[in-house]
Design a protein around this ligand. Structure first.
Ligand code: MV4
Length: 645
């Protein structure tokens, strides 16, 4: 075994590799960019080397710099993780030329699977089922269109260099073929600098089922399948193992095919054979076809680890160090069911827009496996994939593992960024998904209901208001923290909407909170605060942002009452007391003309003086309070005349 390895990656996968290496007594060297100077993977490694700027091209993609770091620190091998340099055959060759071991397949194996047409041909020769179609060299449009006729419509045009759906076109009618070919080619040329395509029979209601393989360069085994059909725009969302509805017969057929594929290229290390499966009529052993091979450890490998009890990173290190495969095929067993959800900083209602932010609070339930590269206080930066964590649950049955996933997601607390938590939780409750009725179109079909953002309940708004008023510690353990006035208004913003809550203190340890036409009773009891009889939700406060965790997190911005009045005054005619207090002075009288910004009154509240100003030019219609008056929040002080026009 190696004594020291370098991990040429960041985030959760770097952390993951460090953990297994440590368990094997192998020392680790982390590399990091400017943005990652204080990152979790750097903290966990035994040593670390700065390799450049924050952009991947300036750091994690600099093969030469990374190889030099490995040599300088005395590492004997490099683990590439996934992404970045993990499937770059030139990097593999450079690592080996430097006298180091690449923890992964040979450059030749990566190249053999790099282009779709060559890979398909190789697999066909090895007896692995491939999608019926044309994957030859002749790129003449007439020839390709003839091939499409032979295959039978609908067909799919795919770029041979493609990935992630780029350069892919479904064609339903022969008369549309020529223009679809043109546009697929144009896209492929721009994206990959290679406009060659292949033509395939279009598989209806496709499922994405992949088989985990492991090789030692001569022999290979499989570790069963994963179902990754729950995708959105070619991004995997929730993965599971095994595949729902899988039969023993089909599992054996797919496992055999995957092992044949790996053996054909003398595969070494962890790899995945992706199959497309026609799920329109259940799973049948003659309805799966090779699509591509991923020559790396994949993001979703933990679900395979959960059902086999095998540490795949440990296997990677052992095989790379020259050991044979740790287990024979018949010694590898499958038990139970596992799910993985990818928790992202992204704005789901805004079309899954990647988000950034500092995670002021990050906490997960202990019952789930959490693979994460960030901690509380870390920042999701714009430079890298905005994944916060992978949440992995396991159970003896699919139903139990899924119920555990729902609970794990509902118990996950993230403050400081929007996340896809509520979308993920909604997916775990989707009846089709719960029934195991998965295909790649599921999310898109039910997108509208899945992305619907839940509104905070009155109970949650009431808690936010009481916390915002400072009448309750955010941790819900203390009582009223100051002598509370009888009633006051609190203004919160949730999801761009302003919410007004009126708090009426009704006793030393009780209050009623009015939100619109709903009233919620708050009480301090021995076990802490309750709202509407239910225990207060966990909360996290950072500056003016208050996040309450009630299923998904609800973030509220607490408005400074004065800011609000000055902003809100623009439209309204009424100038109200933003908080309870003493009117110290009124500077205007009825009939008086005022200019925008002119002082109208001074209110003393919470030992501070607050000046209320006119938000627009106008004429004073009425003065409703006089100096010396004690007023409640929301009390009208000055009214301006209706604006004309
Ligand atoms: C297909 C297909 C239907 N028929 N091939 C999408 C990404 C690329 N790797 C292959 N893809 C597909 N190939 C045939 N012959 C449908 C898809 C496809 C898909 C596949 C797996 C997971 C999600 C998908 C979403 C849309 C289309």
């Amino acid at each position: 075994m190696f004594t020291k390895i370098l991990i040429a990656n960041r985030g959760e996968i770097a952390v993951r590799v460090i953990e297994s290496a440590r368990a094997l007594g192998v020392k680790t060297v982390a590399v990091y960019s400017d943005a990652d100077a204080g990152a979790k993977h750097v903290q966990l490694a035994d040593q670390s080397v700065h390799i450049g700027g924050s952009a991947p091209a300036d750091s994690y993609l600099r093969g030469e710099v990374i190889i030099r770091a490995a040599r300088d620190t005395g590492a004997q091998a490099i683990h590439p993780g996934y992404g970045f340099l993990s499937e770059n055959p030139d990097f593999v060759e450079a690592v080996e030329a430097a006298g180091l071991t690449f923890i992964g397949p040979s450059a030749d194996a990566i190249r053999a699977m790099g282009l779709k047409d060559a890979a398909k041909k190789l697999m066909e020769e090895a007896g692995v089922p491939v999608v019926p179609g044309y994957h030859g060299k002749n790129q003449d449009p007439e020839h390709l269109s003839g091939a499409a006729d032979t295959i039978g419509y609908p067909v799919l045009i795919k770029a041979v260099a493609g990935g992630g759906g780029k350069g892919m076109r479904k064609v339903t009618r022969p008369e549309d073929f020529a223009s679809a070919l043109d546009s697929a080619r144009g896209e492929a040329r721009t994206a990959f600098g290679n406009d060659a395509v292949l033509i395939e029979k279009y598989v209806e209601k496709p499922r994405h089922i992949e088989v985990q393989v492991f090789g030692d360069g001569t022999d290979a085994v499989h570790l069963f399948e994963r179902d990754c059909s729950l995708q959105r725009r070619h991004q995997k969302v929730i993965e599971e193992a095994p595949a729902p509805g899988m039969t023993q017969e089909m599992r054996e057929a797919m496992g055999d095919a995957a092992v044949r594929a790996a053996r054909t290229i003398g595969y070494k290390g962890a790899g995945t054979i992706e199959f497309i499966v026609d799920g329109s009529d259940g799973l049948r052993p003659d309805r799966f076809w090779f699509m591509e091979m991923n020559t790396r450890l994949q993001v979703e490998h933990p679900v395979t680890e959960a059902i086999t009890g095998i540490d795949l990173v440990e296997w990677q290190l052992r095989v790379a160090a020259g050991e044979p495969l740790p287990l024979r095929q018949e010694e590898i067993t499958l038990s139970g069911h596992a799910f993985e959800s990818r928790l992202y900083a992204e704005d789901v209602p805004k079309g899954f827009l990647p988000a950034t932010g500092t995670l002021t609070h990050l906490e997960f339930p202990a019952a789930a496996r959490i693979d994460s590269g960030v901690r509380s206080g870390d920042t999701i930066s714009p430079f890298y994939d905005p994944m916060i964590a992978k949440v992995i649950t396991y159970g003896p049955t699919r139903q139990i593992a899924l119920a555990r996933m729902t609970r794990a997601l509902e118990g996950s607390q993230v403050a400081g960024s929007v996340t896809n938590l509520s979308f993920l939780a909604a997916l775990t409750r989707h009846t089709g998904f719960a029934a195991g009725d998965v295909d790649t179109g599921l999310i898109e079909r039910d997108l509208e209901t899945l992305v619907e953002a839940a509104a905070p309940s009155a109970r949650i708004v009431a808690q936010a208001a009481l916390a915002a008023a400072g009448l309750m510690q955010a941790d819900a353990t203390a009582g009223f923290t100051l002598w509370a006035p009888l009633a006051r208004s609190i203004y919160l913003v949730h999801d761009g909407e302003e919410i007004r809550a009126v708090i009426r203190v009704s006793g030393a340890e009780s209050a009623e909170i009015e939100i619109g036409d709903e009233t919620v009773a708050a009480r301090r009891e021995a076990r802490g605060w309750t709202f509407g009889g239910r225990r207060a939700a966990p909360a996290s406060r950072s500056g003016s942002t208050l996040t309450l965790f009630d299923g998904p997190g609800f973030a509220f911005t607490i408005l400074n009452a004065l800011d609000r009045v000055q902003e809100a005054g623009g439209s309204g005619n009424l100038i109200e007391a933003p908080m309870p207090g003493l009117v110290k002075a009124v500077f205007v009288a009825a009939g008086q003309a005022v200019n925008e910004g002119e002082k109208l009154a001074v209110l003393e509240a919470m030992k501070m003086e607050h000046t209320l100003t006119a938000a627009r030019d106008g004429t004073v219609a009425e003065v409703l309070a006089e100096a010396g008056a004690q007023v409640e929040a929301g009390a009208p002080l000055v009214r301006l005349e209706e604006q004309e026009g």
